[in-house]
Write a protein that binds this ligand. Sequence first.
Ligand code: SF4
Ligand code: SF4
Length: 147
Amino acid sequence: MNPCGNCNMCCKIPSVPELKKSVNIWCSFCSIGEGCKIYESRPSTCREYVCLWLTNGLEADLRPDKCKIIFEPFTDSIYLALCDVSRPDAWKSPIVMKIIAEIVRNGKAVIGKKNVFLPEHRNSDNVLFEFRQKAREIGFDSAILRA
Ligand code: SF4
Ligand code: SF4
């Protein structure tokens, strides 16, 4: 487990429905690089948000504010690679490509803006079906993948 520190990228990239915050804009309650100004009363979307860097103890350079990608667990077998709008090519960096390859080696798919990275035994139709089903279920704001 890693600490969030002063990352804050989940206060920019994902939407926060309770606050009507759209994807890829900073939350008005975020003091960038410092933290949440309403930490004690922040909505449940924020309280429950986890990314791969936080839970899996990834290396320092993969903290989302540094690599500009949040790897977000989406289903049991899919991660989303959510890119900061200010760095649309961030996913091409060697360190990001390396972790994508590792996730795929571990049997999970990664869906990003333009690419779907698949483990050997899975095909894109099945993965995209699973993705769309879950997206419908939770009302996922897919604008985040078009950034
Ligand atoms: S993106 Fe991940 S590491 Fe960064 S603040 Fe959010 S949960 Fe923490
Ligand atoms: S309410 Fe706080 S934790 Fe939630 S997005 Fe805004 S600044 Fe971040």
